[in-house]
Design a protein around this ligand. Structure first.
Ligand SMILES: O=P(O)(O)O[C@H]1O[C@H](CO)[C@@H](O)[C@H]1O
Ligand SMILES: O=c1cc[nH]c(=O)[nH]1
Length: 292
């Protein structure tokens, strides 16, 4: 009885679906694509050979279907790592908790989770239109302060170097997690690679200044000058670090693929963002369709 998860910890709706995602366990495929924008879900599923279900609640829209013999779920997370907390805990519950018994299943399923997101580049040699796979996610948000998560030697050494270089920025406690190596070397094999910084906002937290004044001057230059071994920071967005860290904590494999819409060092934003996103979607689906 001690292992039973309470009704307040794991909320199951009257119809047996999980609280926010509105999905039943059988609605979820073992290959999951996450996107930020709910409208991007159909941009992915329009390439499927068949669509088995469409469900949604709030910003969490889900389509599950087949690409050849591969069953795939595509789901929108909305913006930010606070939403990643909800989506990843609920995806994991769908895969690994027996909803009738409210207990963790004996045999755990490790999902393959691939994010297709948009992002801004901070290196001059990464132009708009690049499709980039995140080798690491470096979080400047607070999500992982609430979870126990372990770091590998590589993760420790990059994170320690970053923390000592950025110790002057008040109120941050960065965390860092690597991509799943197999997904990086298969799905990401033909993509540019680099460390993705996940910011807790789009404007000043990504070094943008419109009217409100930035507390961290020269943020983009500070980030793009950071180098540890062969690792450098290439781009900024708002979910990857949370995805990598929570996926690892829950035993899932994750890769984040970034459609680069902005060059922050050239002060440019894509005139045709849909075409860049479509290129990323096609690259990912082509690789997934070749997986066993
Ligand atoms: O296009 P998506 O996947 O939402 O990703 C990026 O775009 C949003 C900001 O415009 C943030 O969610 C950021 O991570
Ligand atoms: O610069 C960018 C572009 C897309 N998404 C972000 O979070 N930042």
């Amino acid at each position: 009885m001690g292992n039973k998860i309470s009704e307040a910890d794991l909320i199951i709706n009257q119809d047996g679906s999980i609280y926010h995602l509105n999905l039943l366990p059988e609605d979820l495929a073992e290959t999951v694509i996450t996107v930020g924008d709910p409208d991007r879900v159909s941009e992915v599923s329009k390439h499927f050979d068949s669509i088995e279900l469409k469900k949604g609640k709030r910003e969490f829209i889900t389509h599950t279907g087949y690409l050849g013999k591969k069953r795939i779920t595509v789901i929108s997370t909305g913006i930010g790592t606070d939403n990643i907390d909800i989506v990843f805990n609920e995806l994991d519950a769908l895969a690994n908790i027996d909803f009738d018994k409210r207990e963790v299943k004996k045999d755990l399923t490790s999902l393959d989770i691939i994010r297709i997101g948009t992002s801004g580049a901070i290196q001059p040699d990464i132009p708009m239109g690049t499709i980039l796979a995140s080798s690491f996610g470096l979080g400047l948000d607070a999500l992982m302060q609430y979870y126990i998560h372990e770091l590998s030697g590589d993760e420790h050494s990059i994170l320690d170097a970053f923390k000592s270089r950025f110790s002057h920025i008040k109120g941050i406690n960065p965390y860092l997690t690597a991509a799943d190596n197999t997904l990086l070397n298969t799905i990401g094999s033909e993509m540019a690679k680099g460390i993705t910084v996940t910011a807790p906002g789009f404007y000043a937290p990504q070094g943008r200044q419109v009217r409100a004044k930035n507390a961290v001057p020269d943020f983009i230059n500070l980030l793009n000058n950071f180098q540890h071994g062969n690792n450098r920071i290439t781009n900024l967005e708002m979910e990857t670090a949370g995805i990598y860290a929570l996926a690892k904590a829950l035993g899932h494999k994750a890769l984040s693929v970034n459609a680069i819409l902005a060059s922050r060092v050239n002060f440019e934003f894509s005139k045709n963002p849909a075409a860049v996103v479509d290129k990323a979607i096609k690259m990912v689906l082509e690789k997934i369709s070749k997986q066993k």
